[in-house]
Design a protein around this ligand. Structure first.
Ligand code: GBH
Length: 447
């Protein structure tokens, strides 16, 4: 039935692309099937105490086996674009050396299946699942990992080429740095500020090397970029201290990743701050920044939450918090971050590759899932996107995180982010209220 949700009367530009996103470890399962090698997330999730409820991605949404049905679902939803990631250790089980043809085949079938249904694939090469062998050889602290990533990227590009019109290298390098190496909530679970910023440079280097490695396999119309999660940072008050602390946090959250790609240099104030606790700078070799600044065709932005910064550099909460304790519901932050990227980095084509929230979704007795909060959150964030479009931002698409409920990293299956509900006992898929609403958004190209 057509959605009866209220509308705001806002139309999107003709040709605006509507999509949804997932990532390999969060949905595929089949962790040891068809020659897939282990990744750092298999090891981490199997380490007691790391994941809420002791959950792992061993089975997840079993998408590896159910991908054809999931593609039908994507078609039913009317999505124009589907963003997924490739599991590095499915394709190169040891992170180096022999390629696993069965792993590569899965992604060929997936991409073919999308084309058969008229859906445009968008591919992310790395969504945090480093092959375990590479992790044991030093992971992102080891410069060599960046070169191995570029080799793997070339393998995938050679296999899929222009069948995938948009290639994203690394998903959220910042999250690997902060959650993986600094706070330890994500794999590899380190709390090591020194290592974290060595890893940051190697992740950025890996991005640049991968851009260079995949270009020769792609035609001129096929586009390459990175996916960055950006956080608008606001001073909590008007004091000079708060303003200075906000600028400093903005360096760590945004400029450290944007500047090297779009300006060919790391922000000096952030490097100076990092110098106090990490030998990041001595790991930057001549020519690295040129590699990292290899031209990209678009920037993929993921927006979830703002930061408010006090004079002492603490962050405080100003808006309602979602079921994820780190997320404040602040749609205006979406407009602000889009306008800021345009102002500071120029008119690069932009795509939003993630935005969404977790809701305590349950199936009621009639089998329906009423995630009214998700409808409201997405509608208000889309109104903010619309406002940025009206102010001239060159934004071409929007992807909901996520297509379906999945393994939400250290929160396990407890946090449900999907438009589509997964019953993890039966693997049944159920369109939530938000999915029906999104169907009508796409059909009318408006909210
Ligand atoms: C994105 O990260 C990811 O790309 C995606 O895989 C993920 O499922 C989605 O968001 C939803 O989280 O444990 O309290 O320290 C968004 C950035 C960084 C937000 C890590 C959560 C961990 C919070 N994320 N952070 S905590």
């Amino acid at each position: 039935p057509p959605s009866r949700e209220p509308t705001l009367g806002l139309r999107f530009p003709e040709g605006f692309v509507w999509g949804a996103a997932t990532s390999a470890y969060q949905i595929e399962g089949a962790a040891a099937v068809d020659g897939r090698g282990p990744s750092v997330w298999d090891w981490f999730s199997h380490t007691p105490g790391k994941i809420r409820g002791g959950d792992t991605g061993d089975v997840a949404a079993d998408h590896y086996h159910r991908y054809a049905d999931d593609l039908d679902l994507i078609k039913d939803l009317g999505l124009h674009s589907y963003r997924f990631s490739v599991s590095w250790s499915r394709v190169v089980p040891n992170g180096r050396g022999p390629v696993n043809p069965k792993g590569l085949d899965f992604y060929k079938r997936l991409v073919d299946g999308l084309h058969d249904r008229g859906i445009t694939p968008m591919l992310t090469l790395y969504h945090w699942d480093t092959p375990q062998t590479l992790h044991e050889a030093g992971g992102w602290e080891n410069r060599d990992t960046a070169y191995r990533f570029a080799e793997y990227a070339a393998v995938v590009a050679e296999a899929l080429g222009d069948a995938v019109p948009t290639w994203l290298t690394i998903n959220e390098p910042k999250t690997v740095v902060q959650n993986g190496y600094l706070m330890g909530h994500h794999a590899p679970g380190f709390e090591d500020p020194s290592a974290a910023y060595i890893a940051a440079h190697h992740l950025m280097l890996a991005h640049g090397l991968a851009v260079q490695a995949i270009r020769p396999h792609l035609g001129p119309a096929t586009r390459v970029g990175a996916a960055l999660n950006l956080h608008p940072c606001y001073p909590a008050d008007a004091s000079t201290e708060a303003i200075a602390a906000t600028h400093e946090l903005d360096g760590f959250e945004n400029r450290l990743y944007l500047d090297p790609i779009f300006r060919g240099s790391y922000p000096q104030d952030t490097l100076d701050a990092i110098d106090q606790f990490s030998p990041m700078v001595s790991n930057i070799k001549d020519g690295d920044l040129k590699v990292i600044a290899s031209p990209v065709d678009l920037l993929a932005i993921q927006y979830y939450t703002p930061y408010y910064v006090t004079g002492t550099g603490e962050t405080i909460v100003r808006h309602p918090v979602t079921m994820a304790s780190w997320q404040q519901n602040y749609p205006q932050g979406m407009t602000d971050i889009l306008l800021r990227v345009k102002k500071d980095y120029g008119d690069i084509p932009l795509t939003i590759t993630e935005n969404g929230l977790p809701c305590p979704d349950r199936r009621s007795d009639d089998g329906a899932v009423d995630d009214a909060n998700r409808v409201e959150f997405l509608r208000s964030h889309l109104a903010a996107v619309h406002s940025a479009l009206e102010q001239g931002v060159k934004l071409e698409s929007f992807h909901v995180w996520s297509l379906m409920d999945n393994f939400e990293w250290n929160s396990g299956y407890d946090e449900r982010w999907g438009l589509v509900f997964i019953d993890y006992e039966t693997q049944e898929r159920v369109l939530k209220r938000s999915a029906h609403w999104y169907q009508s958004v796409i059909a009318t190209n408006g909210i």
